[in-house]
Write a protein that binds this ligand. Structure first.
Ligand code: ADP
Length: 399
């Protein structure tokens, strides 16, 4: 029997999970899977090592109304049935918002669970699903230690000016500051960067995490010095369904002039904007790239324009640029988007090797480029698993 750490990464419509050997530093999962389309048409795909897993009842035809709790419960039940050779010793969760309190991974007890609930209004799209997964595990396997790993932690030590809004001081004192997100993804990239860049990894790096949610992080010395997301995961780049940076006056206009209720504005900014809102076609970049609809094209143009502008802003903070890294669904898979954004960083000294980019090579800059252009797969689950192993070794918190 192999002791394993289970990782759970619950997104708004997805659940990624993996099993890692329960030893510090384990880098390869024994099993990895993902349920997409939760809430509409859920589908599970999973791999054990190099092989696709044949999925049996009832996970081969997941009910359309299946929740994150139902799925986690099913998965844990499998570990007691057909995968009994794996003995879970702990579960690690991606938790989107750690607020001002949580600086690093922490063992979840009742007090921590309550504090995480208080942060729901700051990440309404993700935090409830993250906590639903925690509750499902508590229900079915109360003896299992659970560890929260935060998307905000990586940015915790940003310079104060990078965190402050120009709002009355009492608000920043209350915690209304920029937190930043996608920290587990950035932690992974910071961790593996020396493999590709050697000493240059400690230089001025911008990482573009371009998925359904999208953000960028400026790193110096492999630490976050600025990022595009802020108080919530709504700020910064244009995303699948989220608007990204927005003149706060627009929100006032919608409420004061158009009489919209706060809940409707909320829904519009989180669910009906971004690629979906501008294209009127889809929030999925693959669909937009295949579409001949001019509005789909304009949505992609705006996505790239916003990314290029943010690179300019982050490069200004860094005082130049040594490397630009692309990761997550769009960053890893769309050569077209990578090439357009990299072209927009030409003025910083980035020169593209178009063929290497099309082939999806890790390094796709030309020999005379002053900026390294990299495509690196993210691995949030791996970061979670290693944090849990570390927490278990420490016997609890490992912040
Ligand atoms: P999240 O984890 O934030 O839900 P992902 O990192 O899985 O998102 O990224 C999802 C996005 O990646 C979607 O917009 C999807 O269209 C895009 N994507 C995935 N594969 C490709 C591809 N081959 N070409 C272009 N976009 C892709």
């Amino acid at each position: 029997m192999t002791d394993v750490i289970v990782t759970a990464n619950s997104g708004s419509s997805s659940l990624k999970f993996a099993l890692y050997p329960a030893e510090a530093g384990a880098r390869k999962p024994l099993l990895r899977g993902e349920v997409t389309g939760i809430g509409s048409a859920p589908v599970l795909s999973a791999r054990m090592g190099e092989h696709a897993l044949v999925v049996t009842e009832p996970l081969n035809a997941i009910p359309a109304d299946a929740t994150h709790e139902w799925l986690i419960t099913q998965l844990l039940q499998r570990l007691r049935g057909e995968y009994v050779m794996y003995r879970p010793v702990a579960v690690g969760h991606r938790i989107v918002h750690g607020g001002p309190t949580f600086e690093g991974p922490i063992r979840i007890d009742e007090t921590v669970r309550r504090k995480l609930e208080d942060l729901v209004p700051l990440a309404p799209l993700h935090q409830p699903h993250n906590l639903a997964a925690v509750d499902a595990v508590s229900h079915i396997a109360p003896e299992l230690p659970q560890v929260a790993c935060f998307d905000t932690s990586f940015h915790h030590n940003q310079p104060r000016l990078a965190q402050l809004f120009a709002l009355p001081r009492r608000l920043s004192d209350e915690g209304v500051i920029r937190y930043g997100f996608h920290g587990l993804s950035y932690e992974h990239i910071a961790d593996v960067l020396p493999v590709y860049l050697g000493e240059r990894a400690n230089g001025r790096v911008i990482v573009a995490h371009l998925g359904n949610g999208a953000s960028m992080c400026a790193m110096n010395g492999r630490r976050s010095v600025a990022t595009t997301m802020g108080f919530t995961a709504l700020d910064g780049l244009m995303m699948g369904r989220r608007c990204g940076s927005l003149d706060a006056g627009v929100v006032l206009h919608l409420i004061e002039q158009k009489g919209m209720a706060a809940a409707d504005v909320h829904h519009m900014l989180y669910r009906e904007s971004g690629l979906l809102g501008v294209s009127g076609v889809s929030n999925d970049m693959r669909v937009l790239e295949a579409s001949s609809d001019p509005n789909a094209r304009e949505a992609i143009d705006l996505f790239c324009y916003r990314a290029i502008r943010e690179i300019g802003s982050l490069a200004a903070v860094l005082g130049g640029l040594d490397a630009l890294v692309f990761t997550a669904g769009i960053g890893e898979n769309s050569a077209g988007i990578r090439s357009r954004i990299a072209e927009g960083a030409k003025w910083l000294g980035a020169a593209l090797d178009a063929e290497a980019n099309k082939r999806g090579e890790t390094a796709f800059h030309s020999n005379d480029s002053h900026v390294a252009l990299l495509r690196i797969d993210t691995d949030e689950e791996g970061v979670i698993a290693r944090s849990v192993a570390h927490a278990l070794e420490q016997g609890g918190a490992c912040a």
